[in-house]
Design a binder for this molecule. Sequence first.
Ligand SMILES: [Zn+2]
Length: 107
Amino acid sequence: MSIYCPSCKSTHVITRDLGRKVGGTTGVVAGTVTGTAGALGGAKAGAIIGSIGGPVGASIGSIAGAIWGGLVGGTAGGIAGAKLGEELDSKVLINYECKHCGHRFRI
Ligand SMILES: [Zn+2]
């Protein structure tokens, strides 16, 4: 489906995706913060599991647990944030911009 500029009828229209960008970034940050809290728990669990392999295993286990917690939190937050941003783009924000006349509009 092609989108026309309501002002000059040009088809030179781009999506701005502002909400998705902001939402994605915010989500990653929020998710990483939450994930970091989870990472501390992950580090503890990793240290316990790793301690089977001695002191070296415990350090490797806690590092792996911390990374895992941060990664999972960050990724999940990013996905949720991007999804939310997408909703914002399509329902709330003015998401289209005409490259021909600069008119911004929403559908
Ligand atoms: Zn236009």
